[in-house]
Design a protein around this ligand. Structure first.
Ligand code: GTP
Ligand code: MG
Length: 332
């Protein structure tokens, strides 16, 4: 059954149109887009006209037409509305542990077939949320889980088994079992990080019910290896391609993807929060849900939903505790 679904997903992917099928996009424009890491219709369909115009030198008007055409062509991949509905019904959700944060993300936490990105400064809670999701994905569906296992790609050496233990105790689960259900790999550089995704596919084909892939941090290696202004385009292209592979995987195997992203100070910004996500625009567009985390009063964390296509831009508060993420200030 699962095999059949996978096969079907692969078939529909192979029937894709090419970007040169879009109005206004000839080989020269296509090459420019390719250089920016945009090699398929999906990558065009998610852009705004001004962004597409910026990377391709198309006028905004033509860019808009190309985007609309890309969206239409992608829709052709759906047989009909009932097929589409069936796809939506297959989506599973994973609770973050905090009702507030779940609600911010649309009600039930992190979704499968989507990428959720958390960005924020040092200590803002990105890695804590990663641990919570690795535990909560194991919960039964009626308790907000996906009855599955987690893959945790750790690029910074900050994965802590004892946090998995504590958080599984927090939800009343067996810590030894919870630890067994998290596959952890340390990625030593960006190539290794990319390679590890193939291994995830292997695990799934071997029958492991992986429902979430966590990458903490998505950008750290790319940032270190592609330092300096001159390498920005290369870095962006690599991150972009990686994100597209993640999206494909999320869609094909019905799993959630959670990635963390560092922030850097933006000296040009005088007011507001002087932090920007590494990877800028492109990471922003590829993720389906994007939350900005920051520390606030009394050790609370504030999460803000940014750029969501279907949810209001909102803010909420949660706390990190020994047993996981919660809504209310802990009395520890
Ligand atoms: P960087 O990776 O450095 O960018 O930060 P991050 O956003 O990943 O931060 P992380 O999620 O690691 O948050 C660390 C913070 O979580 C700590 O400073 C603590 O405030 C909090 N924290 C971690 N473990 C515990 C715990 O067991 N109990 C409580 N109450 N808080 C914890
Ligand atoms: Mg971290």
């Amino acid at each position: 059954m699962a095999e059949k679904e996978t096969k079907k997903a692969e078939d529909s992917l192979s029937k894709e149109y090419k970007i040169t099928d879009l109005p206004g996009v000839g080989p020269i424009i296509a090459a420019k887009l390719e250089a920016a890491g945009m090699t398929d219709l999906m990558s065009i369909a998610v852009l705004t006209p001004s962004d597409l115009s910026h990377v391709s030198d198309l006028s905004e008007n033509i860019a808009r037409k190309a985007i609309i055409a890309a969206r239409k062509m992608l829709n052709l991949a759906f047989q009909d509305a009932s097929e589409f509905e069936k796809k939506r019904q297959a989506i599973l959700c994973i609770t973050t542990g905090s009702k507030n944060l779940d609600n911010l993300l649309g009600g039930r936490g992190v979704e499968t077939k989507a990428i959720t990105e958390a960005y924020g400064a040092f200590g803002s809670g990105k890695t804590q949320l990663a641990h919570a999701l690795a535990v909560n994905v194991q919960l039964p569906k009626e308790r907000g889980g996906a009855e599955g296992k987690a893959v945790y790609i750790d690029t910074e050496g900050t994965f802590r088994p004892e946090r998995i233990r504590q958080m599984s105790e927090g939800i009343g689960a067996d810590p030894a079992l919870a630890l067994k259900n998290v596959f952890v790999a340390r990625a030593f550089n960006s190539d290794h990080q990319i390679l590890l995704l193939d291994k995830v596919g292997e695990l799934i084909r071997n029958g492991e019910p992986i429902r979430i892939v966590i990458i903490d941090s998505l950008t750290a290696h790319f940032r270190a290896e592609f330092a300096g202004r001159g390498m920005l385009a290369d870095r962006q292209q690599k991150i972009n391609r990686y994100l597209h592979n993640l999206m494909r995987m999320a869609e094909q195997f019905n799993l959630a993807v959670y990635v963390t992203n560092q922030v850097m100070a933006d000296p040009a910004m005088m007011f507001g929060d002087p932090t920007r996500a590494i990877g800028g625009h492109i990471v922003g567009h590829a993720s389906t849900y994007r939350i900005y985390l920051r520390k606030s009063k009394k050790d609370s964390r504030v999460a803000k939903l940014i750029d969501s296509p279907n949810l209001p831009e909102n803010e909420t508060v949660f706390f990190v505790t020994k047993g996981g993420l919660v809504d209310n200030e802990p009395k520890e």
